[in-house]
Design a protein around this ligand. Structure first.
Ligand code: AMP
Length: 286
């Protein structure tokens, strides 16, 4: 209460602020979000403050990453509370553009990162990473940050953005932030708000299942068997499994023989209409 936070709604307003900071050699770090902020987002902001001099948070529910049948209209929006949370963290600037500021009527460009975007979430949401890469490319061009932070909760997204920045010479350092979880292990997500009480009670089983798989894999268990067992366990707990896979944490290539670090277990599963995703590293043998 009482803290004032600086907000801008236009690209020109954003540029004016950031240009002044860059002129005085301050390191600018961007944290892109879709709002409905929780502790996961706020931990990225803390990291941004630690690695840079100025922190910019963007809040924009990006229509191009939602398919027509997805939850764009019902996606939670709460600007007032978001701004209070960011003010408490002393964020330097919040960029909250209107849709028309980002996508004029004749907008015609799409950024596609092939390969990395194709499996996992890209298989069931084929439009998704094109929308994400496009809006993040725009944010990078609008803000020209020195670095940007993305959560490992959306691990594939982090790698897609890192590759895009490298491939297109964007000169933005793309950093990952570790996953923030509720006390029962559920990865924090704005979409958890969609869960009924009954679904929320079932939700921890996703993290438990992939963690258990990762531990078994570290001890040498066969990948195929672990995936089958994990799938059965999730189905018995009331999930509809979208995918359950073991992939390399750097390249996202499927891991088929022995799962060693940096292998990770990736899971996506529905509880009712809500799709939850999570991932964990396969631990090193101690
Ligand atoms: P979103 O608003 O869902 O698009 O997320 C914005 C950023 O916050 C993305 O980089 C996400 O990966 C990150 N994020 C979301 N949930 C978490 C979490 N539980 N822990 C860490 N980062 C997260």
């Amino acid at each position: 209460v009482g803290k004032i936070i600086d907000t801008v709604e236009t690209v020109s307003g954003l540029r004016k602020k950031v240009t002044a900071w860059r002129r005085s050699s301050e390191k600018v770090v961007l944290v892109p979000t879709m709002g409905a902020l929780h502790e996961g987002h706020l931990s990225l902001v803390e990291t941004a403050k630690n690695v840079g001099d100025r922190t910019v948070v963007s809040i924009f529910v990006n229509p191009t990453q939602f398919a027509p049948n997805e939850d764009f209209d019902s996606y939670p929006r709460d600007h007032q509370r978001d701004l209070q949370k960011l003010a408490a963290l002393d964020v330097d600037l919040v960029f909250m553009p209107a849709r028309s500021e980002v996508y004029p009527d004749d907008f015609s460009t799409r950024v596609i990162v092939s390969g990395l975007s194709e499996g996992l979430c890209g298989a069931s949401r084929p439009h998704f990473f094109g929308g994400v890469a496009t809006v993040v490319a725009k944010l990078f061009n609008q803000c020209r940050p020195d670095a940007a932070i993305f959560g490992e909760k959306d691990y594939q997204q982090l790698l897609v953005i890192r590759r895009m920045a490298r491939d297109l010479d964007m000169n933005v350092e793309v950093l990952g932030g570790s996953i923030v979880r509720e006390a029962d292990g559920v990865a924090m997500s704005s979409r958890n708000a969609y869960l009924s009480a009954d679904e929320r009670a079932k939700a921890p089983e996703l993290f438990r299942t992939i963690s258990n798989m990762a531990d078994n894999l570290a001890r040498g268990a066969a990948i195929g068997t672990q995936i089958e067992a994990g799938r059965t366990r999730l189905e018995e707990a009331g999930f509809r499994v979208d995918y359950l896979e073991v992939r390399d944490g750097e390249t996202l290539s499927p891991v088929t023989r022995s799962a060693r670090p940096p292998a990770r277990v990736f899971g996506a599963a529905f509880l009712g209409k809500t799709r939850l995703i999570d991932n964990v590293p396969v631990p090193a043998l101690s």
